[in-house]
Design a protein around this ligand. Structure first.
Ligand code: BGP
Length: 493
């Protein structure tokens, strides 16, 4: 098991989950600023009022928000993303700890509303630009290469409220302007970029939120048009980067990879799993190959969708294909055509029957390290391009001992088996170029809004109600991962 020399081992975060300072530094709003906490049993909701001032409960990302709605704050309610873990004021301390751990790659995102508060401004917010410049300089100082997600769930709220969301083609121009600003500003400081985090979530969200029947067709058709506009925006960003900073690389970012197994060996189940994988490939086929796959027509037909795709769009998609594929990998799911009475499990915006061969986390996500090797091989076969695993890890409860130490062998076990599986995939011939574990420092969970669902090597003293000092301390896994990186993935003990 040999990783390429100086393999890009690192960690990952996202602005909306760790940065905080939601109303500082000239930042505009995003829907996450109005999203309450939930739990494994309770979905997160965002607080909006309809045109007549009546409160409506929208889902995460403002999903299900009626037209003309406005956000509002419930007095006394706790909005976890507003503070995150206050990376905005702690970034020097945090990046120093990452550097001391030996991290080679730090995946983070830029909050779009910090650069263009409402997306449509002519000029960017200087304070926002200065903040990220300082973050990148701090990374360089600590020997860390940044990997930057341009949009990670926190688009300016004005895109929804004023422009009717990504279905409006104007938003493509806003995104292109934003991306060009970043590439020009941070040329030479940032070498790796990702266009949209988990772009395929748009296809998974309606099912996750329990939308059914006719409403599902309506919502899905809207999602396909939004996705098309995002594909064009992503391709325009790729083209812009090649123009502005040809030495940098840019990738797509997909939730899950092809991680669905047939529940039985009934060919019907095998084909169902295959078709579900197609919905996973849908976005990366366009972003990596530069054109829609043949099965897209079938998917559109199923939802009665007609998408507005111009000849010019097609040329842009072709030219703006990404340099590498990246994805988040936590667990696998199963699917079946049979009526099975079985226990259900969760996942990253997914739900499925439990797989009896796997163990499950406290949040009901399966632990499947071989699934990582499997998906890497499938992806390599399909795309023949460099791959990065940019999210992977175990969300778990941690206990702080009386002496302040935090023993997290469960996290080490999970990561050890997954790093081993990646090494085996490299030996299989997969062109893997980087690995950033999710939440290298504890942060707010995207799915539940909890702090107690922790992924980090660095513990942050903050609880699910927003109490705590925000002090940082090191878990056992911090010292373990340091050793892993120093040995370039050879010492996993
Ligand atoms: C992905 C997101 C991350 C992260 C991760 C873990 O969907 O890109 O932002 O949060 O999942 O999910 P959770 O926080 O729900 O445990």
């Amino acid at each position: 098991m040999t990783f390429p020399k100086n393999f890009l081992f690192g960690g990952a975060t996202a602005a909306n989950q760790c940065e905080g300072a939601w109303d500082e530094g000239g930042k505009g709003l995003s829907s996450f600023d109005f999203t309450l906490a939930g739990s494994v049993k309770k979905a997160r909701i965002s607080t909006f009022r309809d045109k007549d001032g009546n409160p409506v409960s929208a889902g995460m990302f403002g999903f299900g928000m009626p037209e003309g709605a406005e956000p509002y704050t419930i007095p006394g309610a706790y909005y976890p993303n507003r503070v995150g873990v206050d990376f905005y004021h702690h970034y020097k301390e945090d990046i120093k700890l990452f550097g001391e751990m030996g991290m080679r790659l730090f995946r983070m995102s830029i909050a779009w509303p910090r650069i263009y508060p409402n997306a449509d401004e002519e000029t960017p917010n200087q304070e926002g630009l200065d903040f990220y410049r300082s973050v990148f300089e701090e990374c360089k100082k600590n020997g860390i290469e940044p990997l930057v997600t341009i949009s990670h769930y926190d688009d300016p709220l004005a895109i929804d409220l004023k422009y009717g969301s990504w279905t409006n083609r104007k938003v493509i121009d806003f995104y292109e302007k934003y991306a060009r600003t970043l590439f020009t500003e941070y040329k030479g400081l940032v070498k790796y970029w990702l266009t949209f985090n988990e772009i395929n979530i748009l296809m998974m969200m309606p099912l996750f939120m329990g939308v059914e029947g006719e409403e599902l067709a309506k919502v899905s058709s809207n999602a396909y048009q939004q996705l098309h506009n995002k594909f064009v925006a992503s391709a325009k960003a790729v083209i812009a980067l090649k123009e502005i900073d040809p030495d940098a690389m840019i990738g797509c970012m997909i939730a899950g990879g092809p991680s669905v197994y047939p529940y039985t060996c009934d060919p019907k189940d095998v084909f169902k799993a295959y078709e579900e994988q197609q919905t996973n490939f849908y976005c990366s086929d366009v972003q990596v190959r530069g054109e829609y796959p043949a099965y897209a027509k079938k998917l559109w037909k199923q939802c009665g969708v007609t998408i507005d795709v111009t000849e010019e769009d097609k040329a842009i998609l072709k030219q703006g294909h990404v340099d590498f594929y990246s994805y988040s990998y936590y667990s696998t799911n199963v699917t079946t055509t049979h009526k099975v009475e079985g226990e259900m499990s969760g996942g990253n915006f997914t739900a499925s029957l439990k797989n009896e061969y796997l163990e499950y986390s406290d949040w009901g996500w399966s632990k499947d390290s071989l699934g990582l090797r499997y998906t890497l091989n499938v992806l390599h076969d399909r795309y023949q391009c460099p791959i990065m695993v940019v999210e992977n890890g175990l969300g778990a409860y941690d206990v702080v001992e009386e002496d302040g130490s935090i023993h997290d062998p469960y996290r080490i076990d999970y990561l050890r088996s997954h790093i081993k599986a990646m090494g085996e995939a490299v030996d299989d011939g997969v062109n893997l170029i980087g690995y950033t574990t999710w939440g290298c420092i504890d942060l707010v969970s995207a799915g539940t809004g909890e702090m107690s669902k922790r992924y980090g090597y660095i513990y942050v003293d903050r609880d699910d109600e927003g109490n705590g000092t925000l002090n940082r301390s090191l878990k056992d896994s911090y010292f373990w991962y340091k050793k892993v990186i120093a040995s370039n993935g050879e010492d996993l003990d």
